[in-house]
Design a protein around this ligand. Sequence first.
Ligand code: DP6
Length: 328
Amino acid sequence: MSALEASAIARANIALAKYWGKSDVRLNLPAVPSISLTLDALMTTTRVRFDETLSEDRVILDGNLSDRKASRRAVKMLDEVRSLASLEMSAEVITTNSFPTAAGLASSASGFAALAGAAAAAAGLKLSDPELSRMARRASASAARSIFGGFVELPSGAPGDDGLSASPLYGVSHWDLSMVIALTATGPKKVGSTEGMERSRMSSPYYEAWIKAAPGLADRVRKGIESRDLGSLGRAMEESTLAFHCCAITASPPIIYWRPATLSVLHRVHELREEGLNAWATMDAGPHVKVLCERSDEERLAAELGKDPSVLEVLRCRPAGGLQVTHG
Ligand code: DP6
């Protein structure tokens, strides 16, 4: 039975150029290119065991058995693995996050990347990183990027292009950056990203403008990374996050992921820039603010953000490597 077990570790990533919107909902293909940074402090560890004595798949997340709805995407991925490996057994999935799952910190990215790695290895499949990235993308597109470390790009997908996967742009050693995360609220977000982006597509008057602008923003982000120019990267990164949030805010009914504390931190980051600190903010489908800076400024930035009374906790993250799989 030991041959049918494996573990994997994957880290979450934060998009510097955002993915928001699908070109093909059924195949889960992004309508825009995105570029991310994989981070060390946000880690998921997953163990998968295929077992003929199990009558159905069991997914245990941070010690709690997930219900059918919560484990739907995981079961779909297990089905794909079973079909590739010609296996018929159910699986037990035990997964833990090194960060609060409910806090909305890209847990689906690290979660589905780790699951793809562990499930494929447990089933005896030898899949390449692009193949694992493709499998992760079908569950959650941001997870496609967490297969790789450092700076990673996921291109947009044309409808029907089920072969789409992410690819690494630059490794961890390319640039000594830090991402300081200001946690501004507890509890799960009310509108998940899948629902948020579909609602934006169907009802925001600014959705088409976002889809048109996103490739140019991703180009600027890529060039900023290439030349290690934090000012250029940061400016494009902030424009990307504000443009996608604009679509969400103007959807019907509106999706406002920000809390008062989100704006408080955003303004503080802008003030700190005026005071000479090279720091740039980005927000995902939740209220937290992730602030990018040079490693040498991490200490000062974390201390400054920690002084904001609306900030609950400050996490410091650094670029990290990609998926690690342990067989047996
Ligand atoms: C705002 O990858 O969670 O974090 O593919 O529907 O699972 P699905 O969406 P998901 O969306 C992430 C959206 C984002 C931006 C990003 O990570 O690029």
